[in-house]
Design a protein around this ligand. Structure first.
Ligand SMILES: Nc1nc2c(ncn2[C@@H]2O[C@H](COP(=O)(O)OP(=O)(O)OP(=O)(O)O)[C@@H](O)[C@H]2O)c(=O)[nH]1
Ligand SMILES: [Mg+2]
Length: 200
């Protein structure tokens, strides 16, 4: 898709073209994957992407309008590369109707909540149900409890989230975009779960 590794590409893309790409395509050594991030406003989706793509954290991160698009390529141990084409959606309610444009056709959905916010955990469960109803049947889903650095204010236990994820068959991880804890691991674990990798 002409998006250089580590370089954010916010060029406008037509929503109508979002579903025209294969789910996770190409040469088994160079996998390209469409990934969508979903979750309540303020849970840290954009910060997770910024940390993963640029290794930075923005304490004054602004709300996302519509969605943004960024890419990052990672190399795995067996000389395979995985290029993530990332759609970072807007969590504000007013943008909820746009979400299907981004999650339809996605090979991976990362559903994010904030460990200090039970409401955001409930919203994550809403997104999981949406994906189960309308996402690709073989979509790889990850449940991410972000802001793990704020453990003193934790209001969603890791055990509760883990049990929920296990029931659904999702991968679960807690991250901190602020400290970078588990951010790369999140994307590495996703890479391991891609159907193409399992078969190659
Ligand atoms: N302490 C802490 N703060 C975080 C972390 N991740 C994000 N934040 C803060 O949370 C706020 C919201 O982060 P964003 O990444 O903009 O949230 P978002 O989910 O993209 O929100 P929308 O774009 O509205 O959907 C910002 O003030 C961030 O600095 C984290 O891991 N730890
Ligand atoms: Mg955002």
């Amino acid at each position: 898709m002409g998006c250089a590794a580590s370089v954010p590409d916010k060029s406008a893309r037509q929503a109508s073209s979002l579903n025209s790409e294969p789910l996770a395509a190409n040469d088994p050594k160079h996998i390209r994957v469409k990934l969508v991030l979903l979750g309540d406003s303020g849970v840290g989706k954009s910060c997770i992407v910024l940390r993963f793509v640029r290794g930075q954290f923005d304490p004054t991160s602004k709300v996302t309008v519509g969605a943004s698009f960024l890419c990052q390529t990672i190399a795995l141990q067996n000389s395979t590369t995985v290029k993530f084409e990332i759609w970072d959606t807007a969590g504000q309610e007013r943008y909820a109707a746009l979400a299907p444009l981004y999650y339809r056709g996605a090979a991976v959905a990362v559903v994010v909540y904030d460990i200090t916010s039970p409401d955001s955990f409930h919203k994550a469960q809403y997104w999981v149900k949406e994906l189960q109803k309308h996402g690709s049947p073989d979509i790889v889903m990850a449940l991410v409890g972000n802001k793990a650095d704020l453990h003193e204010n934790r209001r969603v236990s890791a055990q509760e989230a883990e049990e929920y994820a296990e029931k659904i068959g999702m991968f679960f991880i807690e991250t901190s975009a602020k400290t970078a804890d588990n951010i790369n691991q999140l994307f590495e674990e996703i890479s391991k779960r891609l159907p193409q990798r399992q078969s190659s």
